[in-house]
Design a protein around this ligand. Structure first.
Ligand SMILES: NC(=O)c1ccc[n+]([C@@H]2O[C@H](COP(=O)([O-])OP(=O)(O)OC[C@H]3O[C@@H](n4cnc5c(N)ncnc54)[C@H](OP(=O)(O)O)[C@@H]3O)[C@@H](O)[C@H]2O)c1
Length: 267
């Protein structure tokens, strides 16, 4: 039985624990909702990142309003565009500066919206949605963990549609150019969504957790309340050692492509 998130959240309190959270894509949607929840639970510092200063300003104000009176919350916006590799590196650097020596306790990545069903290439030669949804999440997790920006027992969470499959995906056609025009826009949109899932799941499978002492887990899910459960002291006992969960916190399996070691190595 998955934990009852609403019930569990009633007992989670982070005030006084000096917890630092970073939400990439925290200026709107799911990311902003996760930021609001972490502020409400009593995080000491909440850093949000994204492109829009106007949206960020509104979220930062809300975070201050929602924080418990005894939490002395600090809220920070790191302006970043993670479309291209240069922006990904700058985002990692900006986040490191905003966090300081204490290290990130919760790194939550929600950047990007749904796929577009179109191909628009970035200066890196990468399809736009894929660059933000998959490449930037790998790059930020990699740069921040290898750069020592995470606190011991940090939680890294990526919000996306995990566990999909695209059995005929080729690593030579990650932009799916060879499929364009051969299917409807809806079909292409679905293929993009599956490609993003397959690639993110593969990266997660290959991530060497043992290389980062204290690095707890990298979790994919579609439920903002999970962060509240993860913040609970006995979270791992309740959720087990899995890395993938559905929106009800049931453990989820990855698809056939990402399950193949050969595919992941090629990727
Ligand atoms: N909503 C759903 O029902 C649903 C379902 C399945 C999966 N998901 C996944 O959940 C994630 C979040 O979805 P959402 O509905 O919350 O999306 P959203 O409301 O569009 O929010 C996306 C966030 O990503 C940021 N972002 C977008 N492009 C960026 C860029 N180039 N550089 C930096 N930040 C960027 C946006 O900030 P700025 O605009 O300020 O840059 C915004 O904060 C997505 O990956 C989506 O695929 C959502």
């Amino acid at each position: 039985m998955p934990p009852n998130t609403a019930k569990e959240l009633q007992t989670v309190k982070l005030t006084g624990q000096n917890k630092i959270a970073v939400i990439v894509g925290g200026t709107s949607g799911i990311g902003a909702a996760v930021a609001r929840l972490l502020a409400k639970l009593g995080c000491r510092r909440v850093v949000i990142s994204g492109r829009s200063e106007a949206r960020a300003e509104r979220v930062l104000k809300l975070l201050k309003d929602l924080a418990p009176e005894d939490s002395e919350i600090e809220v920070v916006f790191v302006k970043s565009d993670v479309l291209e590799s240069k922006g990904m590196r700058a985002a990692a650097e900006g986040i490191r500066e905003a966090v300081g020596d204490a290290g990130i306790d919760y790194l939550v990545m929600t950047q990007n919206g749904p796929p577009t069903g179109l191909i628009e290439e970035t200066a890196d030669g990468c399809e736009r949605g894929f660059a933000i949804q998959a490449v930037s999440r790998f790059a930020l997790a990699y740069l921040l963990t290898t750069g020592g920006a995470l606190a011991p027992n940090a939680i890294v969470m990526s919000v996306c549609n995990q566990g999909q499959d695209l059995p005929d995906l080729s690593v030579d056609d990650l932009s799916l150019k060879q499929r364009l025009g051969k299917m409807s826009r809806t079909g292409f949109f679905m293929a993009q969504s599956k490609r993003d899932s397959v690639v993110l799941d593969s990266i997660t499978e290959e991530f060497d957790y043992n290389a980062f002492p204290g690095f707890l887990k990298y979790i994919f899910l579609l439920a903002m309340k999970l962060i509240g459960i993860l913040a609970a002291p006995d979270a791992e006992k309740k959720l087990g050692t899995g890395r993938y969960f559905d929106y009800k916190l049931n453990p989820k399996k990855i698809g056939s492509w990402a399950s193949e070691k050969k595919n992941r190595e090629e990727l």
